[in-house]
Design a protein around this ligand. Sequence first.
Ligand code: FAD
Length: 393
Amino acid sequence: MQTQVAIIGAGPAGLLLSHLLAREGIDNVVLERHSRVHVEARIRAGVLEETTVEVLERAGLAARLKREGLRHTGIQIRFAGTRHRIDFASLTGGRTITVYGQHELIKDMIAARLAAGGRILFECPAVALEGFLDCSRPVVRYQSSGGREEALMADFIAGCDGHHGITRASVPREACRVFERSYPFGWLGILAETPPVSDELIYCHHDRGFALFSMRSPTLSRLYVQCAADDPLDDWPDARVWDELAMRLGPEAAHPLVPGPVREKSIARLRSCVIEPMRFGRLFLAGDAAHIVPPTGAKGLNLAVADIHVLARALRAHYREGQSDLLDTYSGICLNRVWKVERFSWWMTALLHKFPGLSAFDERLQLAELSYLVSSRAAATTLAENYVGLPLA
Ligand SMILES: Cc1cc2nc3c(=O)[nH]c(=O)nc-3n(C[C@H](O)[C@H](O)[C@H](O)COP(=O)(O)OP(=O)(O)OC[C@H]3O[C@@H](n4cnc5c(N)ncnc54)[C@H](O)[C@@H]3O)c2cc1C
């Protein structure tokens, strides 16, 4: 099979790229390891920056998101027993965030691609990449749903296959540099059939560890508690999760919180990782394939969209205007934003979590920084403008 751009991975990065390229008349094929049912059911991120919503709107992918998404004008931060509000709208000239589940966005994107005749090959994992460093027509070898090995030839390969995908692993070690940090804890997350107890996300700093109250719809709450990085899921029966949430969220949120059926429960380790550069000959990495952030700043999905915004524009310039300079600057432009977002996500994580072995002095510093954050307009503005999203390049 032949195409102009071979896209590996039908996550937010791969599907958005496929959609944007198709709108410009650029032929592409998406290879996805899992089934459609599987990718549409995966519970992951849910906070969209205003810039992300704008990109989706311009792409014609935001109709349901605009109808059903929950627009938030701020977040709440609780520490030392008191809740405080960071008012994004007043601090950033009216900018906001939208809560809309990543799996809902995935459903919208897949439906739009298939309706437009787009080619998404589900249950077709890419198994090898060839010739992307030194050949003008690289090849992606993949397994067809019938189990046969097939070849997809393309001008370019977009590696949108997440942190554990094949594209990152195919890059020669000597051609890249990987920057990593592991945090000594994880997040236990549940999606529960219980109405949100607050109109806004509540970030909680607590002696027992961090907690986050969040939501996905007027009937679904998404809740997280900090746990040990190697905690088995069996150590967290539902009753224990609700008890911890009650303690960490504080009485004003815990009192109205009614434990409902838990639809999904998982533990995610917190890590930061960046691979440099993000282009290797005819292979471009985007989204989690190129970088991951701890979820504290709600940035993973947004960063994937920002990469694709740059990559789609560069491919358009290449095919429509014969210009390759935007392809050449793709990596530099993206990494500029990536490192700012890595910094913000690391800072939010360091500010709000209980680190094993933290001294009493360090704990006082954390509380002093939180107190400064909610009492200084300058400090609150720094958080707000990063949270709603830095301007796109
Ligand atoms: C388990 C998990 C939970 C998360 N929870 C949160 C959260 O609560 N809040 C938050 O802000 N962010 C969260 N994130 C981060 C956010 O969801 C990601 O940043 C976002 O999904 C990145 O999009 P992507 O398209 O780059 O990668 P992905 O969404 O990971 O998509 C990659 C796709 O590639 C496919 N793939 C992999 N290998 C191959 C292959 N060889 N061949 C073909 N296809 C392949 C995968 O099946 C997948 O569909 C979470 C991420 C994960 C992994």
